[in-house]
Design a protein around this ligand. Structure first.
Ligand code: AMP
Ligand code: MG
Length: 302
């Protein structure tokens, strides 16, 4: 591995801009893009640089107050969503970042269309918003478990065979609308293998400090593995666009997952061409006057 490798080199292979020919089986959850245990040091260094760059760009994003960034995380249980969010965002200013985790919808949320609850949580200008699960659950868990769709109480004549296709269309229009209004959308599917998931579940059972993470429901959901994999594949095929691409991030090695996600976030922010706001002549005058006042007061006291 040559030292000249850049962070963004580890992002490109996993980016899906156009989903028509996408097949999940072309992506290996154990992939590390040529990095091995010997080059792990390089990976750690690149990740650290990425996190520092992210902090610098976020400062500009906040100061400029024009763009916002929405990061969406979807995955099977134990794929590492929480820890990826924690590590990648470790260097940024909490004031400029909003994280929302979407769980089973409440009765109030079920009383609205499926984009309602997430729309209320979209990032303000100048902020990074993180969705830990999202409206995409409406094409995943709700598709795998038809009784959840029933619970939404959509009038029967509107629930046709084409409902998933229609949902993909609605999501596509919604994300285009966000892009047109200055919210850059980046979506991450953390792609873990069934075997690695089993290992992580067992670790949750075996290690007392991980017991709290274990949920019997997660093991039951595992029974639907193949249904979920096809739902994910369909979702990525139908909702990958240049403005709102999916990243199919290998998730069997957490250190590699973090590297790819950090790189993709840095690339997204770089693409905004962020700059600190220019000071206009009026503001410059105010700054000069403030300086004079400060110095005058100091002289008086001395
Ligand atoms: P966790 O993120 O592990 O705390 O689990 C949250 C649970 O909420 C998962 O089992 C999701 O499948 C479920 N969930 C999230 N969004 C929805 C939704 N729109 N409809 C039904 N279940 C959902
Ligand atoms: Mg869980």
């Amino acid at each position: 591995m040559k030292d000249a490798k850049k962070l963004s080199d580890f992002v490109k292979p996993y980016r899906v801009d156009e989903g028509k020919s996408f097949r999940l089986k072309d992506f290996d959850p154990g992939d590390t893009c040529g990095l091995n245990s010997e080059s792990k040091g390089l990976a750690a260094e690149l990740l650290q640089q990425g996190i520092e760059k992210l902090a610098d760009l976020q400062d500009k994003l906040y100061a400029q107050d024009r763009w916002s960034l929405l990061l969406i995380f979807q995955a099977m249980d134990a794929a590492g969503k929480d820890s990826t969010i924690k590590h990648v965002m470790s260097g940024i200013n909490p004031q400029g970042c909003q994280v929302y985790s979407f769980k089973v919808p409440s009765p109030e949320e079920l009383d609205h269309d499926f984009l309602w609850r997430t729309t209320r949580c979209l990032p303000e200008r100048g902020r990074i918003g993180i969705f830990n699960r999202s409206y995409y659950e409406e094409t995943l868990v709700v598709r795998v478990h038809p009784e959840l769709l029933k619970a939404e109480r959509i009038p029967d004549e509107l629930v046709t065979k084409r409902i998933w296709e229609k949902r993909f269309e609605d999501i596509g229009c919604f994300e285009e609308h966000l892009a047109r209004n200055g919210t850059v959308v980046r979506k991450f599917f953390l792609h873990v293998s069934k075997n690695e998931q089993k290992k992580r579940f067992l670790a949750r059972l075996d290690q007392p400090e991980k017991n709290w993470k274990f949920s019997a429901a997660d093991v039951r959901e595992r029974e639907y593995w193949n249904d979920y994999q096809s739902a994910y594949e369909e979702m990525i095929r139908n909702t990958s666009t240049e403005d709102a691409p999916w990243f199919v991030v290998p998730a069997d090695h957490k250190w590699f997952t973090r590297l790819v996600v950090a790189g993709a976030v840095v690339d997204a922010l770089k693409g905004m061409g962020l700059q600190y706001p220019e000071v206009d002549p009026q503001k410059r005058k105010e700054l000069e006057e403030a300086r004079k006042l400060l110095l005058k007061n100091e002289k008086k006291k001395a």
